[in-house]
Write a protein that binds this ligand. Structure first.
Ligand code: ADP
Length: 161
């Protein structure tokens, strides 16, 4: 049976930190479903279609990465994809408390669904979509943080050079 994991998030936009988690996930699972949350509380810069489009562009040569959107309860979505594992990335300690709470809730209400935490790689420990947007807005160089297609989209969206 195919081993499928769901990697949910806002991905506003996708960064090298996310890419790192996905490529490491592909070493463990046959397929990683990158699930872009439609009902995020955050006020996104990119529309859901734009976020999905960027992730699809980045992974156009990787058949084992499936990009989708979801709304409603994550565990319902996970079951609908015949998956049993949720992947989340952990950066600073500040991620921990929130992630712990969500993982416990999902394990209580989602029968048999496991959350797998992958620790960030050293070079991406402080990388987030928000900080990239901020640096780009201020005309900083974001080459080390996002793939070229994401950088181009950010520049257009933020009207920077
Ligand atoms: P969310 O709004 O669900 O936190 P994000 O797009 O910010 O969505 O993050 C999606 C997932 O990717 C989360 O598990 C987050 O911890 C993880 N993540 C984001 N950036 C990094 C990074 N630099 N290194 C490791 N994991 C990361």
């Amino acid at each position: 049976m195919k081993k499928i994991a769901v990697y949910p998030g806002s991905f506003d936009p996708i960064t090298y930190g996310h890419l790192d988690i996905i490529s490491r996930g592909l070493k463990i699972f046959d397929e990683v479903v990158v699930a872009v949350a439609a009902n995020s509380q955050k006020n996104p810069l990119f529309s859901i279609d734009e976020r999905v489009g960027l992730i699809r562009d980045v992974f156009k040569d990787e058949q084992r990465v499936v990009v989708d959107t979801f709304s409603g309860l994550l565990i319902d979505y996970v079951s609908s994809r015949q998956a049993h594992v949720i992947i989340r990335g952990l950066r600073a300690i500040s991620d921990f408390e929130y992630e712990f709470q969500i993982a416990q809730m999902n394990s209580t209400i989602g029968q048999g669904v496991e959350t797998l935490f992958m620790m960030t790689s050293l070079q991406y420990g402080y990388l987030s979509s928000s900080i990239v947007k901020e640096v780009c807005l201020l005309n900083g160089n974001i080459d080390r943080f996002v793939p070229p297609e994401v950088k181009a989209a950010l520049r257009v969206k933020l009207g920077t050079k």
